[in-house]
Write a protein that binds this ligand. Structure first.
Ligand code: AMP
Length: 823
């Protein structure tokens, strides 16, 4: 399946941070054999036939016994026995995979849990920890399945060790693979002053380097790598983070000007070899409205031997007082040669925040020759005479030509294989979609007036939103592992099945019901449609950025004359302010046609909804680009961030009250036969006095990417909130919204401190839905949150997750029940 190992990924300066982590996940050669036997070692082995070299993922034959097994049971804390892989050079490792010993059904051993250690130099070792400080990774549950685990944060190392963790009664065996790409920056470590803490409007914002793997002393950090090289760079708004449920400021390392009398912060970078440096890129925040700006000037000093060279390079980036977006600043380094660089970054405001630093360099020419000699088995310190040099150069040219040919062949095979893979995936998709489509067609035939609308929605909303990125699990494969499901013709309640792709068209088309939304035949901006009036965009004044989604940004604006502009029906109760504060969601100007259609579709859906617990669309600006929708402003932002940040006693008293409001909004939607299909705290907004309104009718969130699961490299689904039938059958109904409500209620009562099923990987969540389908009592439910009343958990939350959709409560019942527990 994987053929090519791609290097130089970091050198492409990919503009989307997460894509580095998503693309850089190539198997590093345990399975494919690129890692040599002699580079795989272990603390011990049970027998010659279970030596380290047999610890390759998917290895199950040859002269070995199917895996690496240590000669004694591992220590409970997993600190003694290990399997070690030497990658021969620094690598950026983003993912690890493990398997037990299968040996054609003879094996019984596998590691249920393990730790990972790594080293860049082979002598000092660091224990890997996730972003929350946990070291133990959940491993295998049987001897054959491969369990993949994302390393978040990723590791930069040459040596990686796997240390099984067991109770002493168990024997373990392991097969492993590492995934990532080569780390061509060559940066071995950076040393920085410790990051500072900012108090922003009473909120503690921490700019420490929370994943730094070096040592701390005297308010400085030495000899490690961390957030500045973790491949994730910060959002424009430093209060928010790419990473789920982390504290404000998490993405950045930052310093306050006050603590540096000399007016600069010095960072020291140490590299693996002497290199020729062309540039350094520093990702910085420029949120000047909060006292943060790009650095004013940077001066870099270079060292190849023991002395710093006298002539530093100085660079001044252009000041930007217009755009607050975070950005990479490229600092030209003038092809200077060094193995260490120290840079002094001068403040231009109260704060300086960095989230990533990367270097572009080549090896020094004499290094290339030296390395070539080493490759050819020569001692580079010996003087080489002219004729030898000519032979060597000839050899080198020949080797380069051979390598080039091999690369072309591999690339060609890769493209060919990708095409085959794509074709086979499409067949798998088509298989499922065709089954679903038969049902949908039957339904659609009653609604022929929809034909053009339905035709245009044949792609999934999520599929359009997210770019094609690395795929490493296929749910259809997982689904095929559920044999009962593959054979089953069970349809829950005889209603038509429809793919997620069909939901919008179906919702828009359900005009057979008296209450349903009849948007399908409506022209978007017809004169009769008074609810979508065009607001003069020059009357909007930008105040601040509230957030950003995949399609664009959301801004707080003053809307001059908005109250007069609104119909009585739309006017916002309790406020006569003029100008009125509104939230303006703007479609990015470079958005493609599909994104544009989805944006217009969201407008169309929202314009039809009127309920105190549904966020109101007030007006639109669609006569020219960029397209905007103007909604009421909810001053406390989204519920997920709100609960996580406002974790106070007062908030805890309002949790059930907030859930009641969501249930009420959903009751209204269900009265319209409207399926939301993405109910979650991240998609609810909080106004004054704990008012909650449901939002997000048709778009996915950038900020919460971790909540969505990527299928086959394209579709993205919020699997942790989805019912088993939505995942396995593509069926979205009011009852699946009820399931999602149960999860949302759980999030509320845990104050959004963790993601649902945080201990399960995406693949395990899908396996768990298989257990719901099988119904053998092995399915795992979300646990009762500590502050959740027993009755709410047993009578309400668990009932939302009943296997039989018909037995789940309606939103009317949920609303009544929650109201009762409030009383
Ligand atoms: P969205 O792209 O709609 O998910 O919005 C991104 C972020 O912008 C949300 O997570 C909120 O923090 C913020 N936001 C969106 N709409 C509003 C609103 N009407 N009032 C206040 N904040 C909002």
């Amino acid at each position: 399946m994987y053929v090519l190992k791609i290097h130089h990924l970091r050198k492409t300066w990919i503009s989307d941070a997460l894509c580095v982590l998503e693309i850089c996940r190539y198997p590093l050669g345990m399975t494919g054999g690129q890692i040599q036997d002699e580079d795989i070692s272990a603390s011990s082995q049970w027998s010659e036939s279970t030596a380290a070299r047999f610890g390759r993922l998917d290895f199950d034959n040859g002269d070995g016994d199917g895996a690496w097994c240590p000669d004694v049971a591992s220590e409970p804390d997993g600190l003694k026995e290990y399997l070690q892989v030497d990658l021969r050079s620094l690598h950026f490792v983003t993912l690890v995979g493990t398997q037990g010993r299968h040996a054609d059904g003879m094996g019984k051993e596998y590691a249920q849990r393990y730790r990972v250690q790594y080293s860049r130099d082979g002598s000092s070792w660091v224990g890997w920890k996730d972003r929350k400080g946990r070291q133990v990774i959940e491993g295998n549950r049987n001897t054959y399945d491969v369990v993949l685990k994302d390393l978040e944060p990723p590791i930069i190392a040459r040596f990686v060790r796997f240390l099984p963790v067991t109770d002493l009664s168990q024997f373990v065996c392991m097969r492993v693979e590492l995934y990532g790409c080569e780390w061509l920056d060559g940066l071995m470590s950076y040393s920085i002053p410790e990051g500072h803490q900012m108090i922003y409007r009473g909120l503690d914002v921490f700019f420490n380097d929370s994943v730094y793997d070096g040592v701390s002393a005297d308010r400085s950090e030495f000899t490690g790598l961390g957030q500045l090289t973790d491949g994730t760079w910060g959002l424009d708004d430093f209060l928010h983070s790419h990473v789920y449920a982390m504290w404000p400021g998490y993405d950045y390392v930052g310093w306050s000007n006050k603590s540096f009398p000399k007016g600069y912060v010095e960072i020291f970078f140490e590299f693996d070899h002497v290199r020729n440096f062309t540039s350094m890129k520093v990702h910085c925040s420029n949120m000047f409205s909060r006292g943060v700006k790009l650095f004013r000037q940077v001066t870099c000093f270079f060292r190849s031997g023991s002395e710093w060279e006298a002539d530093p390079v100085t660079f001044r980036p252009a000041e930007d007082r217009v755009t607050q977006a975070s950005r990479f600043v490229a600092v030209p380094l003038g092809d200077r040669t060094a193995s260490a660089i120290k840079c002094r970054f001068h403040f231009s405001d109260l704060w300086m925040l960095f989230s990533e630093v990367a270097f572009q360099s080549g090896l020094k020419p004499h290094m290339l020759l030296t390395l070539s000699l080493v490759v050819l088995g020569e001692d580079p310190t010996h003087k080489v005479d002219d004729s030898n040099t000519r032979i060597l150069i000839g050899c080198l040219v020949a080797i380069i030509a051979i390598l080039f040919t091999i690369i072309v062949i591999i690339l060609w095979r890769q493209v060919w294989q990708k095409m085959l893979e794509k074709a086979s995936r499409r067949m798998l998709d088509d298989e499922l979609t065709a089954r679903l489509a038969v049902q949908t067609r039957a339904f659609s035939s009653h609604h022929s007036s929809l034909s053009s609308e339905c035709g245009s929605t044949s792609n999934s909303t999520y599929e359009r939103i997210f770019p094609l990125c690395a795929d490493y699990q296929e749910p259809s494969r997982l689904i095929r592992k559920l044999p009962e499901f593959a054979q089953s013709t069970e349809h829950l309640d005889g209603a038509p099945h429809y793919a997620e792709a069909d939901i919008i068209s179906l919702q828009e088309s359900s005009d057979n019901s008296s209450n349903s939304i009849t948007a399908a035949s409506m022209t978007l901006f017809s004169s009769t449609d008074s609810s979508m009036r065009e607001f003069p965009r020059q009357k909007l004044t930008f105040k601040e950025k509230l957030g950003e989604g995949q399609f664009g940004e959301v801004h707080l604006c003053e809307a001059d004359g908005m109250q007069d502009f609104l119909d009585e029906d739309l006017s916002i109760e309790g406020t006569n302010e003029s100008p009125l504060l509104v939230a303006v969601k703007t479609l990015r100007e470079d958005a493609n046609k599909n994104a544009r259609n989805d944006f217009l579709k969201e407008i169309r859906i929202m314009s039809r909804l009127r309920d105190p617990n549904i966020v109101r669309l007030l007006a639109v600006c669609v006569d020219t680009d960029p397209l905007c929708m103007i909604t009421e402003y909810m001053e406390n932002g989204d519920l997920n961030q709100f609960l996580f940040v406002e974790n106070t006693k007062e908030t805890s008293q309002h949790l059930i009250g907030m859930a009641v409001q969501i249930a009420s909004g959903m009751k209204y939607l269900s009265s319209l036969n409207f399926v939301h299909r993405d109910l979650a705290t991240r998609n609810c907004l909080v106004g004054r006095n704990f008012t909650i309104k449901i939002a997000d009718f048709g778009m996915s969130r950038n900020l919460y990417r971790g909540d969505y699961y990527r299928i086959q490299g394209r579709a993205v689904l919020p699997i942790r909130w989805m019912s088993w039938e939505s995942i396995l059958l593509g069926k979205f109904t009011m009852a699946s919204d009820v399931w999602a409500f149960g999860v949302t209620l759980w999030e509320i009562l845990t104050l959004c401190e963790e993601q649902p099923y945080s201990q399960l990987s995406d693949e395990q969540v899908i396996e768990n839905t298989g257990e719901f389908f099988r119904d053998h009592g092995k399915q795992v439910y979300l646990p009762k949150p500590p502050c959740c009343p027993d009755k709410v958990y047993t009578e309400l939350m668990l009932s939302c997750w009943r296997r039989n959709a018909k037995q789940r409560p309606s939103f009317q019942e949920i609303h009544a029940q929650l109201n009762e527990s409030l009383a």
